[in-house]
Ligand binder design. Structure first.
Ligand SMILES: *Cc1c(COP(=O)(O)O)cnc(C)c1O
Length: 393
């Protein structure tokens, strides 16, 4: 359903966004233009395509789809989510400052602190759900507020509109990493953000077969800079990958609907389990970000984390080794259910004291709940928890 009478509903956009029948053959699916260059009739006389780092028709269709899905004007596709982030950070200069969340995706934290910190950019990590903390970190050098909501893996929620409102009038722009929600559940540009970033690798691709990232903005000046960097630095996505994602997008609304249903079933089931002390899922009314999530999202998504009652590393390792349908792997957002142990996997690059402060303890387990039958998923978790806690008391 659409909130804006001028834009089609999300499901309609998912099926049609960016895709026009091929003008030369009428092919209903955008062809995979596996070409690096394009013939010119005379010097400078071409059909809008010169070289595939700069433009490729398959990538153009996908970029238009990204823009439409996020209700923005300009879409950009990159070789990975981190390549997309890297491009945004390259629009900053030495002396600039960035405010971000203290429960950030591990790879984003690494990019900020081990790469861009060396180029004279200062990063402040605060609790973005605390507007006073954001205000305290804001100064005349702040150029970016980097939001991730819901966060990975603690499912913390940031009020996008409130942060956008807070920095309004300053030179800071607001970027939202919308990977966990997907454009089906949250549209940050509608809430006042200046740019949206996705790890397309996750829900947008949806089938665990592509690594890709994207950016969407309606800010013409910033888009111009991003486009120049995309071409100058060259971290573009290839046409075959673009085709796979165009195909994946057509079922995004259906997949997200099932991810939400299954995520809720798993969260409610685990909340009653004696081996678990806490389930982290924004759909629970006692979740600290519940009201904001209910307001700014169209569903609570398929990501669920839980803390074991004994908060013990060995028990956690036994649980992730015992599931049969939930496969032990990094990543998320594919049709198949995955299980992970953030402290030793996705968040291993974050120092123990830092990660434990936000709740990423040894007994935390993260689930990417897929689109299988919910009853089978619940049964699998039950047997794994029973196997892991047998004889441990
Ligand atoms: C995976 C992920 C990224 C990084 O994207 P890649 O495609 O792996 O480079 C960034 N943010 C979030 C929230 C992620 O889950």
């Amino acid at each position: 359903m659409s909130d804006n009478p001028n834009t089609p509903g999300r499901g309609t956009l998912a099926v049609h966004a960016g895709v026009e029948p091929d003008p030369t053959t009428g092919a209903i699916m955008t062809p995979v233009y596996l070409t690096s260059t394009y013939v010119q009739d005379g010097v400078g006389n071409h059909k809008g395509f010169e070289y595939s780092r700069t433009h490729n028709p398959t990538r153009s269709a996908l970029q238009d789809a990204f823009a439409a899905l996020e209700h923005g004007k300009h879409g950009f596709s990159f070789a990975s989510g981190l390549a997309a982030m890297d491009t945004v950070l390259k629009t900053l200069k030495p002396g600039d400052e960035v405010i971000s969340t203290n429960d950030l995706y591990g790879g984003s934290y690494r990019l900020f602190t081990t790469v861009f910190a060396h180029y004279g950019i200062t990063f402040h990590f605060v609790d973005l759900s605390d507007l006073d903390a954001v205000q305290a970190a804001l100064n005349e050098h702040t150029r970016l507020v980097w939001i991730e909501t819901p966060t990975n893996p603690m499912m913390q929620i940031t009020d996008i509109a409130a942060v956008a409102n807070l920095v309004k009038g300053s030179e800071a722009r607001v970027v939202v990493d919308n990977t966990f929600a997907s454009p089906m559940l949250q549209n940050p540009l509608d809430l006042g953000a200046d740019m949206v970033m996705h790890s397309v690798t996750k829900y947008l691709g949806g089938h665990s077969d592509v690594v890709m990232g994207c950016l969407v903005t309606s800010d013409d000046e910033w888009a111009e800079q991003i486009g120049t960097l995309q071409n100058s630095c060259g971290a573009v996505s290839g046409p075959m990958d673009c085709f796979l994602v165009l195909r994946g997008l057509k079922t995004l609304h259906l997949r997200m609907q099932r991810h939400c249903e299954n995520g809720e079933a798993v969260a409610r089931h685990l909340a009653k389990h004696p081996a678990i002390s806490k389930v982290h899922w924004p759909g629970f009314e006692d979740h600290p970000g519940h009201d904001v999530a209910a307001r700014q999202m169209h569903g609570f998504g398929g990501m669920v984390a839980f803390t074991l009652a004994d908060d013990n590393l060995d028990t956690a390792k036994a649980v992730v080794a015992s599931t049969k349908l939930f496969t032990l792997a990094e990543s998320l957002g594919g049709v198949e259910s995955l299980i992970g142990h953030p402290a030793t996997m996705t968040h291993a690059s974050i120092p123990k004291e830092v990660r434990e402060k936000t709740g990423v303890t040894d007994g935390l387990i993260r689930l990417s709940v897929g689109v299988e039958d919910a009853a089978d998923l619940l049964a699998d978790l039950d047997q794994a928890l029973a196997a892991a806690t047998a004889g441990r008391g």
